[in-house]
Design a protein around this ligand. Sequence first.
Ligand code: LFR
Length: 502
Amino acid sequence: PTTEHCFAAVDLGASSGRVIVGEVAPDRLTLHEAHRFPNQPTRVLGTLHWNVLSLYQGVLEGLNAAAAHTAHNRLTSIGIDTWAVDYGLLAADGTLLANPVHYRDTRTTGAAERVAAALPPRALYAATGIQHLPFNTIYQLMAAQGTSARTAAHRLLLIPDLISYWLTGELGTELTNASTTQLIDPRTRGWATPVAAALGIDLSLFPPLRHPGDPAGTLRPEVLAETGLAGPVPVTAVGSHDTASAVVGVPATTPDFAYIATGTWSLAGLELDAPVLTEASRAANFTNELGVDGTVRYLRNIMGLWMLQECVRTWNAEHTRGAGTDLTALLQEAARATPLRSVVDAGDPAFIAPDHMPDRIADACRRTGQPVPRTPAETTRCVLDSLALAHRRAIEDATRLSGRTVRTVHIVGGGVHNTLLCQLTADACGLPVVAGPAEAAALGNVLVQARTAGAITGGLTDLRALLHSTQPLRQYEPTGDHSAWDRAAARLGDAQVTGAAT
Ligand code: LFR
């Protein structure tokens, strides 16, 4: 609370939300977690929803806690980032028409085929550069066609833009997250009008685009009253896609790096100046999401720690009277388990939906003629080996498809706490891994705000230098027999699914 500049990062992830206060000076960057709250989706009449009002409540409580942490209840500004693709629909008077649906809901089954009938996958990729994921916004909109909320909708707000609207009353569509709708042309960084026209999507549903660093309104008087913050408090657009902020938060010191943003997902790839829209890139299911400062996030979605989280949820449910799974002990046991005994394709969309994860992993092992894991530790080892293998595959593909070279792999996000995953990733890639910071998204969020406010200056390189000199990082060197990973990859075959639509 000594510096003049305190920023609040609202960072909503798939399993928890956080409000984090960042204090920034040109040579100083400290974080304080003001509030953390669970994000628990709820199934209603068969549809999986986000509890968006409960999340908003968590944001208000978090801002209240942030106010208490700062001098004179003052924040220089607030920035908001969340997961991508999902949205709320508003009536003309601003009322939320329906509770936002979770991207893991199965309502999009069959939607990709309907989109492909209107616009072939090749043309869609050439125009947007976005990888095929069954839950991309355009498929959700296709699935929602004809519903009363969609018919009555006057506006569509992506989740961070919705939170921002409730806090300020101002409407906007932040660009990095807008790119995940599959309705943005990564060359012009504007709307892909022909794509919207082919799919019958009215682009006037989206409020005007804004860019990271743009002003996004000020807190409404009732929000000031509720949070105890001293006004005025501006909201600043940041990379509102959490992955865009996490990539800003990669503490790279040289240009030849790859990153893996780990958490519920692993987002593995490169930062580029221009999109790669080739047919080979589409076939490898690489995405060209837009990043901060005119960059492109050239990456692939890998299932991530979701697979393990879901396994743990199943094991806990099976032993309701037990103490629950001890994750530390489980990971220690997994570290001693036979390496690469069986691996599954961590890019396979079959793992997206919730429930029965250990069974689905066992099925995948059976299908590929590998031993079925018998214990939670063996299943955990299988998941982590599989993730490391998918990390390696994504980084290899990204370098091949972009013509770039990689000498260091940065792991950021919650997965940096999983030391086994970090070591296995170094082993699989045959490259040094720098792990940290865990709160990369919140840091990227804070840094963009701090630059906008003039607390720091420079480009991404300068922001990253500040991270490198202030955040605790851990280095992992590759160990073990590298060819074992080649053999494991071969077991999955060249046909290893990347999630691409044919
Ligand atoms: C990570 C993330 C990914 C996106 C997925 C769904 O939190 O934002 O980047 O593909 O969630 O929105």
